[in-house]
Design a binder for this molecule. Structure first.
Ligand code: AMP
Length: 217
């Protein structure tokens, strides 16, 4: 299964991706996670990317496209993959199409998770993330059992720099201007499966599985 998860920041892509990858046994390729790792490792790419990320802007296409191309060649992608947060511009989608064509691979579906803007703001402002295993929590809707400690791996949770209110607005604007046009791009290829991103994590997961032609397992 070769999938793309599309949707505004905070729509639940990462949370839902964790369930998909465990049920379908495919790797999750999150460009946001790869970039945050590069920032933590203080690589040249990470230092460059941080400037854009802190402002809520997109990192230049050639940087992320290069990263994804390399990742798709890894052995664990042979049985499929889930792209989370990539592509985010039409140029990235075109580059991905060219890469998959060369590899003689086709996408199965683009799941478009729909959440209204005010809900996005509420979700992101209360979001807490585990720096180690990437598990996500929300101070009200999905709190960790032990306040600031990850239930899964025990690491201390943190609030992402770009989950501050000003940056959230900037990210939403960027989403509507640069990423939302991808829905039409993939509609033309007959790949889009729209899913309502409101409700419980289980409900949304059920809708995604149904959209993919499966029952939730
Ligand atoms: P995310 O975790 O997917 O919300 O991504 C966090 C930030 O990383 C974004 O606001 C961008 O600055 C950057 N980023 C992640 N994925 C991409 C991408 N495909 N293209 C450009 N920038 C990206």
């Amino acid at each position: 299964m070769r999938l793309i998860f599309l949707g505004p920041p905070g729509c639940g892509k990462g949370t839902q991706a964790q369930r998909i990858i465990s049920d379908y046994r495919i790797p999750q390729i999150s460009t946001g996670d790869l970039l945050r790792q590069a920032v933590r490792d203080k690589t040249a790419l990470g230092k460059e990317a941080k400037k854009f990320m802190d402002r809520g802007e997109l990192v230049p296409d050639e940087v992320v496209v290069g990263m994804v191309k390399e990742r798709l060649l890894a052995n664990d992608c042979k049985g499929g993959f889930l792209l989370d947060g990539f592509p985010r511009t039409v140029a990235q989608a075109e580059a991905l199409d060219r890469t998959l064509q060369k590899m003689k691979l086709k996408l199965n579906a683009v799941v478009s998770i729909e959440v209204p803007d005010p809900e996005v703001v509420k979700r992101l402002a209360g979001r807490r993330t585990c720096p180690k295993c990437q598990a996500m929590y929300h101070v009200i809707f999905n709190p960790a059992q032990n306040q600031n400690v990850c239930d899964k791996c025990g690491s201390e949770l943190y609030q992402r720099d770009d989950d501050q209110e000003d940056t959230i607005q900037a990210r939403l604007e960027v989403y509507h201007r640069q990423t939302a046009p991808l829905i039409e791009y993939y509609q033309k290829q007959g790949l889009v499966k729209p899913v309502t991103g409101m409700g419980s994590i289980d409900e949304i997961y059920g809708r995604i599985r149904q959209a993919l032609g499966d029952r939730a397992g």
